[in-house]
Design a protein around this ligand. Structure first.
Ligand code: LRH
Ligand code: MN
Ligand code: MN
Length: 394
């Protein structure tokens, strides 16, 4: 693609940031309080708006309920809109209450399943009130020992609960089903991989789609191949971008795995240009979300870094000559095809991205602009180092 076209396409890119990345929360170990971290959902929205102001491509924020609960959703929606943001995915929390010891939607006891479903239905009401399109569901359901529970019975319970949730979605709402290969269950996980999530989605209906979190796979899993398959089947609903080296590390996107991120984006770019309109539509509706939490790094800067790394990966993927690539593939020219792909990865897109930002009146170096802006000093003075009143407990 020519640089002028790349600049146009970059204008269409959107990355959603997670409310839980802005507060002092996020680890099983010590939570090191960051000065100025957001203390409540209003401050998280302010921080997300700052990330959007500096990058121009992060206009929505995902919420986690009850961490981000408020009495007045209309007001919250307006508050976000006044700051140029909209409310993105709503994430129910089915993993922090006493009753969920043996699971939530797959729990052996119907009363517990009913409680879990009721919470998700409440989240669907929040979707309606905030104008959110996506319900983003991750379950901690699983078991620790062989024989602990009946695996197929768990599958039936989970499907039945998901059917109740699916039936309650708003007309254009989507259920994004997130999988994770282990943790907190160490023997068995009810939604452990993309195949399981995909099978449930097929059973539910078209608006049930798979969510791919980059931290939720076994080592060496080829995530771009999963992305390609789901795109082609019309079932890739969204991403939780982050980086990891060992397990679900939730680090800044593209830090340990920039090549993987690039390869994922090449699949998306090819799908955006696919001759099949269904594949193009699926690609256009993918929810690009970040799911990371910070423990030692400054939170806003970490989020900016992630958004910018997604932008860089997309720009590199756009630069690949796919016509030449597909020709080389058809000829079986193994290393020529690989070389053509690598041209994109090796390209230095920094001048192009500077041009992109200049064209939109954005700071050419958003991280430096943030450091110079005084925002962190101001919020540190106002907010101190309080906990976010939510998030993962330490
Ligand atoms: C747990 C997890 C998952 C969810 C998030 C809220 O693994 O990181 O990725 O999306 O918590
Ligand atoms: Mn996730
Ligand atoms: Mn995770």
């Amino acid at each position: 693609m020519r640089p002028e076209e790349v600049l146009e396409r970059l204008k269409t890119q959107r990355i959603e940031t997670p409310s839980w990345g802005y507060g002092n929360s996020g680890t099983r170990f010590k939570t090191f309080p960051a000065p100025g971290a957001a203390r409540n959902v209003w401050e998280k929205i302010e921080d997300a708006a700052e990330v959007h102001r500096l990058t121009g491509i992060a206009p929505s924020i995902a919420l986690h309920i009850p961490w981000d609960r408020t009495e007045d959703w209309e007001r919250l929606k307006r508050f976000a809109e006044e700051r140029g943001l909209r409310i993105g995915a709503i994430n129910p929390n089915l993993f922090q209450e006493e009753e969920y010891k043996l699971g939530s939607l797959a729990h052996p006891d119907r009363k517990v399943r009913d409680k879990a479903v009721a919470h998700v239905l409440e989240c669907i009401e929040i979707m309606r009130a905030t104008g959110s399109r996506d319900l983003s569901l991750w379950l901690a359901d699983g078991t620790n020992y062989a024989g602990q529970d009946h695996l197929r019975a768990r599958k039936h319970r989970l499907r039945e609960a998901l059917e109740r949730v699916y039936a309650a979605l708003p007309a254009h709402g989507r259920l994004l089903l997130e999988y994770k290969f282990f943790e907190p269950g160490f023997y068995f996980t009810d939604l452990s991989d993309w195949g399981t999530a995909y099978a449930h989605c097929l059973g539910l209906g078209e608006r049930a789609q798979v969510l791919v979190d980059l931290g939720h796979h076994a080592q060496a899993t080829n995530i771009e191949a999963i992305v390609a398959f789901l795109l082609d089947e019309g079932r890739l609903g969204g991403f939780h971008f982050n980086a990891r080296r060992y397990a679900d590390d939730d680090l800044i996107v593209g830090t340990t795995n920039p090549f993987e991120l690039f390869c994922i984006y090449t699949e998306l770019v090819q799908a955006e240009e696919d001759p099949d309109p269904e594949v193009r539509r699926t690609a256009q509706e993918v929810a690009y979300m970040i799911d990371q939490s910070h423990n030692i790094e400054p939170k806003l800067e970490a989020m900016l870094y992630s958004v910018l790394n997604c932008q860089e990966a997309y720009a590199k993927a756009l630069l690949v000559d796919y016509v030449a690539l597909h020709q080389a593939q058809a000829q079986g020219a193994v290393l020529e095809a690989h070389r053509i792909l690598m041209e994109g990865f090796r390209a230095d897109v920094r001048p192009l991205l500077r041009e992109f930002r200049e064209g939109l009146g954005l700071p050419v170096d958003p991280i430096q602009a943030h450091r110079n802006s005084g925002y962190l000093q101001r919020v540190s003075a106002e907010r101190g180092t309080a906990s976010a009143g939510g998030g993962f407990p330490s």
